[in-house]
Design a protein around this ligand. Structure first.
Ligand code: GLV
Length: 321
């Protein structure tokens, strides 16, 4: 019997690719290559399955030109690149990689809070540039992390992990806002209190964005929201770039209306708003919040397992709805 045909549109660990090849007839992107969306759509022709990351979209146009497609495994927990409604009506299953990256991503969110608040990258660049001549009481003096107020917008698994780190590791007062308030026992387990959006903005010393990106969440943080924040506050985004109006953020940081930012995701990435690159008080990382070797391997394995289980007739393990 012929094997199902699967397109692997992103670089992946060799051992995972090997496993995919045991089950499927695989066409995989070559090392160092990138496929633009039109190229990706073209290469999907004749493929029943796809292994992708957030770089490629599965939308009505892709589905219309690939009626043979049956499943798309997204190697990411976020799936704003999948048009789930269009996939449902085309009978195509989508899967993501929840759980396996929760704690690693929460670690990184917390690392960005620390790095931005304590000005670690500015200080590091200064030292490497040979500018450190003497000690000064105010040299790279940042803001407190322990004991301060941590705000979390989006209280899913990762948000809750960040909350626990703040509440129980750093003695922070943790407040959160979410579409739905969590049950009291869950709130207690992560040491967090539900507040309205305005209170979240006004009270947070460090605000972390970790909500899913949807059309309603587009620019959920814009000029008006930034203006509600304390001028001493930091903001961290590990969700998706489109959650923040980057131009408004740049203006706020330039004007000293916000102390610092830590950004792992960008609108239009891998392109980065050039104005952000010039600001000293922003820590910028290239979408690596889940990037530890073990976690990325677990994500890749889960994406592969989804394809294998689906084509074995067991059904996808982590379908998105
Ligand atoms: C990364 O951004 C993910 O959604 O897993």
């Amino acid at each position: 019997m012929s094997k199902p045909r699967v397109l692997v549109a992103c670089a992946v660990f060799p051992q995972v690719l090997q496993r995919l090849r045991e089950h499927f007839e695989v066409e995989a992107i070559a090392e160092g290559e990138t496929w633009r969306q039109d190229e990706f759509t073209r290469r999907l022709a004749g493929r029943e399955g796809a292994f992708i990351t957030g770089t490629h979209r599965i939308d009505a146009a892709v589905l219309a030109s690939n009626p043979q497609l049956r499943i798309v495994a997204n190697m990411a927990v976020g799936y704003n690149n999948l048009d789930v409604a269009a996939m449902r009506s085309a009978g195509v299953v989508g899967t993501n990689t929840p759980d396996v990256l929760t704690e690693t991503t929460a670690d990184f969110g917390f690392a960005l809070v620390m790095a931005a608040a304590r000005r670690m990258l500015e200080a590091e660049k200064f030292l490497r540039a040979g500018l450190w001549k003497r000690w000064r009481y105010d040299m790279f003096a940042g803001s407190e992390v322990h004991g301060s107020t941590l705000g979390i917008l989006g209280m899913g698994r990762i948000g809750r992990g960040i909350a626990r780190r703040g509440a129980y590791g750093f003695g922070m007062k943790v407040i959160y806002h979410n579409r739905h308030r969590l049950d009291a026992d869950v709130e207690e387990a992560c040491g967090a209190r539900f507040v309205g959006m305005q209170e979240l903005l006004a009270e947070s010393d460090h605000l972390v964005l970790v909500l899913p990106y949807t059309s309603e969440a587009h620019h959920i943080i814009g000029a008006a929201e930034l203006a509600r924040m304390k001028p001493t506050a930091t903001i961290v985004n590990i969700g998706r770039g489109g959650l923040i109006d980057e131009n408004a953020l740049v203006l706020a940081l330039e004007a000293g209306r916000l102390a610092a930012a830590g950004l792992d995701v960008f609108e239009g990435e891998p392109r980065v708003n050039p104005a952000l690159l010039t600001l000293p008080n922003v820590v910028l990382t290239p979408h690596i919040a889940s990037a530890t070797v073990l976690t990325r391997l677990a994500m890749a394995d889960l994406a592969a397992d989804n394809l294998i289980a689906f084509f074995d007739g067991r059904g996808a393990l982590t379908p998105v709805t």
